[in-house]
Design a protein around this ligand. Structure first.
Ligand SMILES: C[S@@+](CC[C@H](N)C(=O)[O-])C[C@H]1O[C@@H](n2cnc3c(N)ncnc32)[C@H](O)[C@@H]1O
Length: 282
């Protein structure tokens, strides 16, 4: 049964599949990453399990914290080997209201391996001018506030990897700033707080019965920020394939690794359902 009590809607994939520019590898990322050539990946965008007891189809998300952090460090070492010298590793993670340290501990486990070049906050819901926008899971508590943001840690080898900030930029509010500060275009860096709302779904089946997909816009922003059209993208914790959907939409080659054949099969179905790329992107 799937995590929502519904039967998974397709038979598990039992082998790797390539759809368009995207390859889905089934298995443990520590094993499958060892098969990839050194320095062959430009952008890693991923969200590992958070070790908070989420009801995945097969993966047990409730293990010992120290063992979990050892596993994160092992995945970090494997990713460091495959990442190109000028590559970027975007890691999405969050704590919970009652255990907010998880994200920082994960980042600390990776600190000996990478430089934290940018610390980005992904806001899922925010109240502005008395109005709430976005979606979040409310918690019933007198102690804790609703948890409406997550972290996106941007790791690199040197801390000095150039980014295409304007690819995810925004227009100037005050247009006189364009000439005053000598900008070529009406576009400025959007900063390190990203408001990205979850796509609205009508049933859990629309997110392929996975408990924790991120919106496709999140990996899209990371890939655009990296700034190379011909980038090779990797997600070692693929889930239902959001990162590869983003890579395919942007015309990039992508590789995803997922332990659970049911989720891997869902990722393949998602990729098969994408509209063909426009000729100028293909
Ligand atoms: C937070 S979810 C990723 C969700 C994904 N970003 C999406 O949008 O669907 C983490 C995923 O990692 C998978 N996973 C856990 N351990 C793994 C391992 N050792 N190798 C590969 N995948 C693993 C889980 O099955 C789960 O689908």
């Amino acid at each position: 049964m799937g995590p929502d009590g519904d039967p998974p809607s397709a038979a598990p994939a039992d082998e790797d599949r390539t759809v368009g520019r995207q390859t889905v590898l089934v298995g443990d990322c520590l094993v499958r990453l060892a098969e990839l050539p050194e320095g062959s990946v430009d952008v890693v965008v991923t969200s590992p399990p958070y070790n908070i007891g989420l009801a995945y189809n097969a993966y047990d998300d409730g293990g010992d914290r120290a063992a979990y952090l050892d596993f994160i460090a092992a995945a970090g070492r494997a990713l460091k080997r495959v990442l190109a010298p000028g590559g970027s590793f975007f890691l999405n993670i969050a704590g919970t209201a009652s255990d907010p340290w998880i994200a920082q501990e994960v980042a600390a486990a990776l600190r000996p391996l990478f430089v934290l070049q940018n610390a980005i906050v992904w806001v899922k819901s925010i109240a502005i001018d008395g109005r709430s926008v976005g979606h979040f899971k409310p918690i019933n508590s007198r102690r804790y506030l609703n948890h409406t943001y997550e972290h996106v840690f941007h790791f690199t080898a040197t801390g000095a990897v150039p980014l295409d900030r304007l690819a995810v930029g925004v227009p100037f509010q005050d247009k006189s700033n364009i000439a005053r500060f000598g900008h070529d275009a009406d576009r400025r860096c959007a900063g390190n707080v990203w408001f990205i709302r979850y796509e609205t779904i009508r049933s859990r089946g629309e997110r392929f019965h996975h408990p924790s997909p991120f919106p496709v816009e999140l990996p899209e922003r990371c890939i655009l920020l990296h700034g190379r059209r011909d980038a090779t993208v990797l997600d070692p914790f693929l889930g239902t394939g959001s990162t590869l959907v983003a890579a395919e939409r942007l015309g990039c080659r992508g590789i995803g690794i997922e332990l659970d054949p049911v989720y891997a099969a869902a990722a393949v179905r998602r990729l098969e359902g994408l509209a063909p790329l426009a000729p100028d992107v293909a």
